[in-house]
Design a protein around this ligand. Structure first.
Ligand SMILES: [Zn+2]
Ligand SMILES: [Zn+2]
Length: 328
């Protein structure tokens, strides 16, 4: 099969021909239809996340078809269309797994980071960590749901239940999905983009944002909560300044530049800063059930497998409206 392989930080991915992987007894072999390109892939490739598997096939927003099942696979069969997310495996017995926090599992494996992922024609995945997909998400347009959508949804849930005005910092793949959920629930969205990025601000307004502006600006209304998807630590004090008493600021990314110091009064009055790490399978089931009910539509920009470096570069430069997807 063909795959794009990451060898070391600083060098571009390499197109290689390699053996199709063999599934373990509890895994399925999947022929990949498409794989989304996520900002986390950039963090892996830039060496910002420790100890990736090397060499590595990146990619963790995979839609594909089961072509073979390991001998202990129960619920999936040949021909099933499935989604493979970032969370690839958990141990089931550590203290986090036992208290419904498998996203923090000590022995977790992550697709396209500590296991090979979806920048390839085939991959293997543990049956228990695959999701079935509604028919409308069985192609490239389904891929962004599997990380951008899921992590966005987990972040959204973490903002609490009293949110009427939500700030979103960074209007990329996650935000363009999340805004549809928020609007569906009657929540107003205030979108913050890189300063002067009119294109993304127009995109946010088109997607239903009440207001869109520069990340350095103050919103016209005080916000009940904010989610930061952009990997820029300086947005944290900014977001705190824009949220009401008791408001939550959720950092939704896996990596962020350093957060500058700020006066205690920005945190005072029970404002909360928190991060969101990975996902649980419950998040996946909840969100993928909600997606067709909200009728979430994704905007995708397609690249071929061998164009993975170009897709990553476009994402890095903020040139993708919606989500970049490799279509095999
Ligand atoms: Zn565990
Ligand atoms: Zn991701």
């Amino acid at each position: 099969m063909q795959a794009m392989v990451f060898d070391k930080p600083g060098s571009p991915l390499r197109l290689v021909t390699m053996a199709v992987p063999e599934p373990y007894p509890t895994q399925v072999l999947v022929k990949i239809t498409a794989c989304g390109v996520c900002r986390t892939d950039l963090h892996v490739i830039d060496g910002e996340l420790p100890h990736p598997k090397l060499p590595l096939v990146p990619g963790h927003e995979i839609v594909g078809t089961v072509v073979r099942t390991g001998k202990n696979v129960i619920s999936l069969k040949q021909g099933d269309v499935i989604g493979i997310p970032w969370l690839g495996y958990t141990c089931g017995v550590c203290r986090y797994c036992l208290r419904q926090q498998e996203n923090l599992c000590e022995k977790a494996l992550f697709t396209g980071y500590t296991m090979d992922g979806g920048y390839a024609e085939y991959t293997v995945a543990y049956e228990q960590f695959c999701f079935s997909l509604a028919a409308q998400y069985a192609g490239p347009e389904g891929t962004p749901l599997l990380c951008a959508g899921l992590i966005g949804y987990r972040s959204y849930v973490m903002t609490g239940s009293n949110v009427r005005r939500l700030g979103i910092y960074g209007f990329g793949a996650a935000a363009h999905i999340l805004i549809q959920v928020a609007r569906h629930q009657g929540v107003e969205v205030y979108a913050f983009t890189r300063d002067g990025d009119k294109g993304s601000q127009d995109f946010a307004l088109r997607m239903g944002a009440t207001w869109a502006g520069d990340a350095s600006a103050r919103p016209p209304e005080v916000l009940d909560a904010a989610i930061i998807f952009a990997p820029a630590g300086e947005l944290v004090p900014s977001a705190l300044q824009s949220v009401d008493k008791g408001g939550v600021v959720v950092c939704g990314g896996i990596h962020m530049s350093d957060i500058p110091s700020f006066p205690y009064r920005l945190l005072w009055e029970e404002r909360v800063i928190r991060s969101v790490a990975n996902l649980t399978r419950k998040d996946g089931h909840d969100f993928l059930q909600l997606a067709p009910a909200v009728a979430i539509r994704t905007e995708t920009q397609h690249f071929s497998l061998s164009q993975a470096n170009e897709a990553l570069d476009a994402l890095r430069k903020g040139r993708i409206k919606g989500a970049a997807v490799l279509v095999m």
